[in-house]
Structures are given as structure tokens and as C-alpha cells.
Design a binder for this molecule. Structure first.
Ligand code: ATP
Length: 595
């Protein structure tokens, strides 16, 4: 099935769909009543010399219309519940795709245009499609019920040719979509070719290159003309389908009129049957043909383009089987941009549940990149990153957020109360839980200084270290079993850093620390050392501390180790050029938080 259609069908939520179907049923009443009331009005009323009875039957159509209108009113209320989730999902994909490309060094300047134009087109055409298909189904159900109540023989004469017409039309849709797409592409090619020639018109005239210029656009013009002719052929095919489905039933009933009357079908029933064809089936088929042929094709083609632009491969499943929170990188290679040198190459790593892993290496070696990959924010160029056995980058955002909390170097703090900032990832946390988290991480004094949980937070008035403390409490408090600290304590003094890290280690779950100081690495159970070419893993709990010649040993020797975990700024992990590992020491701001 076409990708866009599959996506559209996948976006239909069961509950709003059922509500829509339920409220559509009353709408079938006018279609069902139409022919039936005509037949009775003629047979029992006007032909029987009882005009009042005839008028009463006609009045019944009005009554049925009121019932149908009440249903329609509800239908439009529920339409939004069906359409808006599709729009939200597309907006999320477009933004997600644009951000991913931006992060990967391929900024997407057209994202906003796609967001505002193409997504809105998809939303509108999707709604139009639902309305058209639903109205068609409602009319057909009404007519089938009406015809069967009127005279089953009439149903046998009318419904088969109608069904053939509909089937033929549906069969042409694939061809129509292909030709419509070809026409759009031909149109784009022509615009490009004409644009090039027209912008150089002065030069073309000056150099007498009219013929050459005409030759440049002649091909695209011919292509566009052929595409339009092909579309004309599709329109003719549609006309033929309508003739079969809309007019053939009428001809059949008229042609067999005499025979029908001889076999007991009354004049009123004949009139009723013709009414069904002319006033219910024909309009329904006509709306379906123009609706599917117009907004339906527009929906498929525009949605296809949006999905292409967002790098869509398949609808994210909401039932990803996540078992636990073990992190795993399998042969991961990642580079920022298709032609950029990979930052990480063929990395294999398993972080079991409950592990405390420190990642060390020179500045710019790829530690933050690894953190982004493990957290599902970046997708590997090749290989896979798994969380709990599920591909991290394919997990829905809310699922991912429930599994891991990433605290970056630049802490995000927003204007609001202290409570809002601290409990952002767990809004239902009690005051006691929030304060306990603040105490554990070492932010109790900061909370007090800010005026308690109801005190105001003004981001600009906080130091970098204070902002980090707030972000740390926020992540500590979250339910996510995996915490990834990406130099999240670099603005704290060593003692404050130690307290925060120890709190996270004691919190339960997995802790990954992109280490800023050797003391951080020494606290971890395992250490992953990166140097671009190598990735070495050491198990400190097994006494496997930095064997001679190892990367880790190199760092320890150069800066001096602190096995007792006594923090000093001298142990920061930013080797200078002398180390042959990095790009020079960065300024480390020892921002002693007022904790
Ligand atoms: N968005 C990006 N686009 C292009 N290149 C990037 C991007 N982010 C990082 N890089 C490059 O990728 C490499 C690895 O960067 P990364 O931030 O992962 O290193 P790091 O080890 O965390 O460094 P630091 O310790 O300085 O934070 C660097 O050369 C960096 O310049």
C-alpha cells in the first residue's frame, strides 16, 4: 500500500473513529428515507387520491433530514479529534527532522515553510478525505437499506453496476496518483528551466542565443504538456467510471421498467428507485470522484513529500518492547554530516543496569556525541544504539524521556518558581520529595536562598553553578532509571561535584558521567577512555586500574591521580597540547556554588 495512505490509516485513532462512525449513522436516515418516502407518497398518497398522505410522506423526508443534521453536527465536532493527532505528529516529525539535521550540521532552512504550508495542506486534505469517504459510505448504507425495504429486485438491478463503477474508479486511483505526481514534477522542472532562461534573458538577446534558450525550455515544456495530456486521460477515465456507476443503474431500471411493472413493482417504487439513483447515489459518487481525485491525491502527494523531507521510514511504534534499561552501542559510527570525518568509529559498548561509567578523553574527542547517541538524541550513521533492547532513536519521545535523563553542560533553567524548575520532569512529586532531592544533590542551601520551593527563579540572576545544581536536582528527581551527566557539574567546585555525583550513584539505576575531572573517573565503577582511534574500557571495581601503556594511565600520569577521591581542580581532564591528546586546556570555571 502507498506509504502516505498507510501513514494516514495508521494515524486514525480507534476511539475518535468509532465516535465518528456512531454519529454518522443518523446521517444515513435522509438517504434511506428519500426513495421510500417518494414511493409511498405516490402509491399511497397522490395516486390513491390522498394528497394529505402524500404530503405527510414528503414531510417524513424533512424529519429524517433533521435527524441527519443533528448527526452531522456531532460529526464535525469529532473530526478534529481524528485529524489533529496527525497534524501534531507531522509537526513533531518536521521539527524533529530539522533539529536532527541541524545537529548533524545540515541545517534545514525550509523546515518552517514545510511546517506552516505543507503540514496544513495535509491536515486539511486529510479532513476533506475523511468527510468525503464518510459521506459516501453513509449515503450508500442509507440507499441499500432503503432499496431493500422498497423492493429487493430494484436493489439487485441498481447496486451491481454502481459497485462496478466505484471499483473501476478506485482501480484508477493508483494511475491517477502517478500521473499527478509526474505532472507536479514536470511543473517543477519547467519552472526551474524557465527560471534559468528568464533570468538570463538580457544576455540571451544580446548574444542572439534565442534558439539555444528555446531549446533549453523546449524539453521541459514538452514534458509538461505530455503530463497534462496524461492527466486529461485520467479525467476521461473518471468520467467513464461515473457513467458506469451513476448512469448505468438508471438506464437499467428504465429499460426494464415495463418488465418490473408486470412483475408487481409499483409506479411509486420505480420513482423511489430512480430517486435513490439520482439524488443519493449519483451525488455521492460524484463527490467521491472529485474528492478522492482532488484532495485525496493532494493529500497523498503532499504527505509523501513531507515524509521524505523528515526522513520518515516508518511510523514509530508505540509498543516498542523495552525490557529494562541496559544501554548498548553496537558497531556505532557517527559523523556530523554525510561527508564529515566520523567522530566515533565502530564503537561497541554495553552499560549494564546499575552501572556507574565515566567517559574520559580529550576535549572534542566525542564524549558529548556519545552521550547524545546513548540518549537517542543522535542517530548513528551505522550500527545501533539500544536502550532496554529497543533502538533508542526510534523510541517515541515520551518513552525515551521516561528511560533516561541527560543533563548537559549548559543547564536549562526557566523563569518560574523553584518548585516548577526542580519538579519539571516529575510534576507530581511532593514537596518532601523535592526537598529531599535538593538535599541529596547538595542544593538545599540554594533552595533556601531562593526563598524555598515557592521562591522565584530568574535565570539571569543565577550563576552557572547554581543553574547546574537546579538541573541536577531536576534529573535526580525524575523517574528515568538512566542518568547521563555530560559535564553537568563542571561549574561546581570539586567538593560540590563529588556530593552531586555520589548522590546520583546512590540513587539507583545507571549513571554515565562524561567526566570533567579525574576524581569523577576514579569514583566510577568503570571508565571508558576515548582518543579518537581507540576506545578502552577499564573495570575499576575489579582493580583493573589503568594498566601501563593504556590511555587511562596516560591521563593519570600526566595530571596526577587522586585515588582517595579528594577533589582538586588540578585533576581536571582537559589535556593540553603537551598531552598529545587534545586541543589545549579550556578555562575551567570553579564556580563555588553557594550551597
Ligand atoms: N553539531 C555539531 N556539528 C558539527 N560538528 C560537531 C557538532 N557537535 C560537535 N561537533 C564536533 O564533533 C567533535 C566531537 O565533539 P564532542 O562535543 O562530542 O566532543 P567532546 O569530547 O564532548 O568535547 P568537550 O569535552 O569539549 O565537550 C568535535 O570535533 C566537535 O567540533
Amino acid at each position: 500500500m502507498n506509504r502516505a495512505l498507510r501513514y494516514g490509516l495508521g494515524a486514525l485513532r480507534r476511539r475518535p473513529l468509532l465516535a465518528l462512525v456512531a454519529w454518522s449513522l443518523p446521517e444515513a436516515a435522509p438517504s434511506a428515507a428519500l426513495g421510500l418516502a417518494m414511493a409511498r407518497a405516490l402509491d399511497d398518497g397522490f395516486l390513491a387520491g390522498r394528497p394529505v398522505v402524500g404530503l405527510a410522506w414528503l414531510g417524513a423526508v424533512l424529519g429524517a433530514s433533521v435527524v441527519g443534521a443533528a448527526g452531522s453536527r456531532q460529526v464535525y465536532r469529532h473530526l478534529g479529534d481524528l485529524v489533529e493527532p496527525l497534524r501534531d505528529d507531522l509537526v513533531r516529525r518536521v521539527v524533529d527532522g530539522a533539529l536532527r539535521r541541524g545537529v548533524a550540521g545540515q541545517p534545514d532552512d525550509g523546515a518552517v515553510v514545510r511546517l506552516t504550508r505543507q503540514v496544513e495542506i495535509v491536515r486539511d486534505t486529510f479532513a476533506g478525505l475523511i468527510v468525503v469517504v464518510r459521506a459516501f459510505a453513509v449515503s450508500v448504507v442509507g440507499v441499500v437499506v432503503g432499496l431493500l425495504s422498497l423492493a429487493p429486485v430494484l436493489a439487485l438491478l441498481i447496486l451491481p453496476p454502481f459497485a462496478v463503477g466505484v471499483a473501476l474508479f478506485v482501480a484508477t486511483l493508483g494511475l491517477a496518483a502517478a500521473r499527478q505526481r509526474a505532472s507536479v514534477l514536470a511543473d517543477e522542472r519547467l519552472s526551474t528551466a524557465a527560471g534559468r532562461v528568464l533570468t538570463g534573458l538580457r544576455d540571451v538577446t544580446a548574444s542572439g542565443a534565442e534558439e539555444h534558450a528555446a531549446g533549453l525550455v523546449a524539453g521541459p515544456v514538452a514534458e509538461q504538456a505530455a503530463a497534462e495530456r496524461a492527466l486529461g486521460g485520467v479525467a476521461a477515465l473518471r468520467g467513464a467510471c461515473f457513467a458506469v456507476g451513476g448512469w448505468l443503474p438508471l438506464v437499467v431500471v428504465l429499460a426494464l421498467g415495463r418488465w418490473l411493472v408486470d412483475h408487481g413493482v409499483s409506479a411509486g417504487e420505480l420513482l423511489g428507485a430512480l430517486t435513490y439513483v439520482l439524488f443519493a447515489l449519483q451525488p455521492a459518487l460524484s463527490r467521491l470522484v472529485s474528492g478522492l481525485g482532488g484532495s485525496g491525491l493532494r493529500f497523498v502527494i503532499t504527505l509523501d513529500r513531507v515524509l521524505d523531507a523528515t526522513g520518515f521510514t516508518r511510523t514509530p511504534r508505540t509498543d516498542h518492547p523495552v525490557a529494562g534499561h541496559r544501554l548498548e552501542a553496537r558497531g556505532v559510527t557517527f559523523g556530523y554530516g554525510r561527508h564529515a570525518e566520523p567522530v566515533l568509529r565502530d564503537l561497541d559498548l554495553v552499560v549494564p543496569e546499575g552501572d556507574h561509567l565515566a567517559v574520559i578523553g580529550a576535549s572534542g574527542i566525542g564524549k558529548s556525541t556519545l552521550a547524545g547517541l546513548l540518549c537517542g538524541l543522535l542517530r548513528p550513521s551505522s550500527g545501533a544504539v539500544l536502550i532496554g533492547g529497543a533502538v533508542a532513536g526510534e523510541l517515541p519521545a515520551d518513552r525515551l524521556a521516561g528511560l533516561r535523563a541527560l543533563i548537559p553542560q549548559e543547564a536549562y533553567v526557566f523563569t518560574g518558581t523553584v518548585r516548577e524548575n526542580l519538579a519539571y520532569l516529575r510534576p507530581c512529586a511532593s514537596d518532601g520529595q523535592v526537598l529531599a532531592a535538593a538535599r541529596a544533590v547538595g542544593a538545599a542551601a540554594l533552595v533556601e536562598r531562593l526563598g524555598g520551593l515557592d521562591g522565584p527563579v530568574t535565570p539571569g540572576a543565577l550563576s552557572a553553578g547554581e543553574r547546574q545544581l537546579i538541573a541536577l536536582v531536576r534529573a535526580y528527581l525524575s523517574d528515568a532509571p538512566v542518568a547521563v551527566l555530560d559535564e553537568a557539574t563542571c561549574h561546581l567546585d570539586p567538593a560540590a561535584e563529588r556530593r552531586a555525583e555520589e548522590a546520583f550513584a546512590a540513587r539507583g539505576g545507571t549513571l554515565v558521567v562524561i567526566a570533567h575531572r579525574l576524581s569523577s573517573a576514579l569514583r566510577a565503577r568503570r571508565v571508558l577512555a576515548l582518543d579518537g582511534a581507540r576506545a578502552e574500557l577499564y573495570d575499576q571495581s575489579a582493580g583493573d586500574i589503568a594498566p601501563p601503556g593504556s590511555l587511562y594511565r596516560e591521563l593519570l600520569d600526566r595530571w596526577g591521580s587522586d585515588p582517595a577521591g579528594v577533589a582538586r581542580d588540578a585533576d581536571r581532564l582537559d589535556p593540553g597540547p603537551a598531552a598529545g591528546l587534545g586541543h589545549g586546556p579550556r578555562e575551567v570555571v570553579a564556580d563555588r556554588a553557594r550551597a
